[in-house]
Write a protein that binds this ligand. Structure first.
Ligand SMILES: Cc1cc2nc3c(=O)[nH]c(=O)nc-3n(C[C@H](O)[C@H](O)[C@H](O)COP(=O)(O)O)c2cc1C
Length: 330
């Protein structure tokens, strides 16, 4: 008998379900702990991913920071947070009550700062609560004239190397890729060359919404990141591309976490069949408080009906393309 059909492994990290929060959409610890009925959500989750943390506190971008569009959400929060010191002292200990692997999402302005921040967090996590560091490469590289780290494969490799050099194998390193590139396999390969253990994708897509009554962009920061249902096919495509074209992803030496626009169990399954070993859910949670329970329940019923385990379905949708390519070669 299969005890838990939803169990998956991300390298050394065991998850009771493949579901995670997407960074920035469920706060650090205080915000989540104050939610009504958070216990039901915790039961459905495999891991908790924190909102982005930076070395020093940040006030974030000017308001307006969030605007709803017809098919998704545009945000330009600007990484508002109280900095690494407060995070490690006040937030991390509270997350131990979740009884889940805790993944800390980090952002920085320079390659060196990424390494420094990762080392600070891991070295000061005295109770060893943090299971992984997720590097957000979708932030401006102040060392390279403000270009986004994640759009330059070389910068991605340097950041991952800097983090790995400082924390080694103490906790897993996940690199979260930006979709604002032409070929996602390039930064993915660069992250692997830098030593990442896991890849996660996608972060938000850049966009603008214009307030036609006032003839100006809605967001205080002018542009923002698009999330929600509109971006799901882009995310599924990027997971598929990496799983299909990168050997380390295909044989799960470097597993993928699929994120972007998931609001139902069918959406989650699409990501898994495209090659994701686990999935993150963000924006859907803002409109449906029960999304994690519903997705876990839906996946479980599907697996029972098919008499399968979730791990057997990772990447299955890429197999027909492989077979077709083989036929063409013959
Ligand atoms: C309000 C908001 C804040 C976010 N903050 C972060 C962040 O701090 N770090 C990060 O890597 N991604 C951040 N993201 C991106 C999400 O983690 C996720 O990659 C993206 O929203 C796509 O998933 P979704 O469509 O399920 O929301 C944020 C997204 C939103 C909507």
């Amino acid at each position: 008998m299969v005890e838990n059909r939803l169990e998956v492994n991300l390298k050394t990290m065991k998850l009771k379900t493949p579901l995670m929060t997407a960074s920035g959409t469920s706060g650090h610890a205080d915000e989540f702990l104050h939610l009504y009925d958070n216990q039901a959500i915790l039961k459905s989750l495999g891991a908790f991913v924190t909102k982005g943390v930076t070395l020093k506190p940040r006030e974030g971008n000017p308001e307006v920071r969030v605007i709803e569009t017809r098919t998704g959400l545009l945000n330009s929060i600007g990484l508002q947070n109280s900095g690494a010191e407060k995070f490690i002292k006040e937030q991390v200990p509270k997350t131990s009550s979740y009884e889940l692997p805790i993944i800390v999402n980090i952002s920085a302005d320079t390659v060196q700062e990424f390494g420094e921040l990762a080392a600070y967090l891991v070295d000061n996590d005295v109770s060893r609560i943090i299971s992984a560091i997720e590097i957000n490469v979708s932030c401006p590289n102040l060392g390279e004239h403000g270009n986004i780290f994640g759009t330059s494969p070389k910068a991605v490799e340097r950041v991952v190397k800097a983090v790995k050099k400082r924390i080694g194998d103490k906790v897993l390193v996940i690199t979260k890729l930006t979709p604002n590139v032409t070929d996602i396999t390039e930064p993915a390969r660069a992250a692997i060359a830098g030593g990442t253990d896991v890849l996660s994708m996608i972060n938000t897509l850049r966009g603008i919404a214009i307030d036609i009554d006032n003839c100006r962009p809605f967001l205080g920061n002018i542009s923002g990141g698009l999330s929600g249902p509109a971006i799901k096919p882009v995310g599924v495509f990027m997971v598929y591309e990496c799983f299909n074209k990168i050997a380390e992803c295909n044989d799960k030496r470097v597993p993928i976490i699929g994120i972007g626009g998931i609001s139902t169990w069918q959406d989650a399954l699409e990501y898994i069949m495209a090659g994701a070993s686990a999935v993150g859910i963000g924006t859907a949670w803002f409109v449906n408080f029960h999304v994690f329970e519903q997705v876990a329940r839906g996946l479980n019923s599907y697996l029972l009906k098919k008499d399968k385990e979730i791990s057997q379905l990772i990447g299955v949708a890429t197999k027909c393309e492989r077979k077709r390519r083989l036929r063409v070669q013959i």
